[in-house]
Design a protein around this ligand. Structure first.
Ligand code: ZN
Length: 203
């Protein structure tokens, strides 16, 4: 088994500090998957591991689809590992859409892939987008699971915040469960430090 946390740490993708998340909450830790994926050889290895669990589960898939921008590299490598095609959805005026000539066929079996699944909101929007064109989403996948959703093989249960449908398998390499804090009750703020947006100061 791969040590996913170590791979993230080695790539300086496992950040420790005081971070302001896109949700507005604060956390001591942050996963910067782009740092893992800047090494194509590492990305390929991770995707191959993910593909292995999908194949083992007997999931039949025609296409991998990712929500832009975060999911694209992970999804592309997963598609390569599975030997299927890759498309992505992107927001157009807030609505997840297929552009650039991408199309799906009726009944086309799709895995929606992200780099990290937190609550799965973007992945679900991506799924709804391809389903509205008649495709069938058969599974979800991500390199890392932030612990709100239940990944296949884990004995944990999904938290109410998880937006992924419970009747479809969700494949991920690792659970990374970090405490998140409402800024009002954040112990790091109470210690006097200032939360920063990940990526804003060279991290
Ligand atoms: Zn804080």
């Amino acid at each position: 088994m791969m040590n996913i946390e170590q791979i993230y740490r080695d790539a300086d993708a496992f950040l420790e500090g005081h971070f302001k998340l896109s949700s507005g909450n604060h956390s001591q830790f942050y996963l910067q998957s782009a740092k893992v994926l800047e090494r194509p050889d590492v990305a390929a290895k991770l995707a191959e591991e993910l593909a292995k669990s999908i194949r083992t589960a007997g999931i039949d898939v025609d296409t991998v689809c990712s929500p832009a921008l975060g999911g694209i590299l992970a999804g592309y490598e997963l598609a390569r590992a599975l030997g299927v095609r890759f498309i992505f959805t992107e927001r157009v005026e807030g609505t997840m859409s297929l552009r650039r000539g991408f199309a799906v066929e009726k009944g086309e079996k799709i895995i929606v892939c992200e780099d990290i699944i937190t609550t799965g909101g973007s992945a679900l929007e991506s799924a709804k987008c391809v389903e509205s064109s008649g495709a069938e989403v058969v599974a979800y996948a991500a390199l890392a699971n932030r612990g709100f959703c239940k990944r296949k093989g884990s004995d944990k249960t999904a938290k109410p915040e998880c937006k992924l449908p419970s009747d479809l398998p969700f494949f991920a390499l690792e659970d990374f469960e970090f405490e998140i804090y409402d800024p009002k009750d954040c112990p790091l703020c109470k210690n006097g430090s200032e939360a920063i947006k990940p990526g804003s100061r060279g991290n």
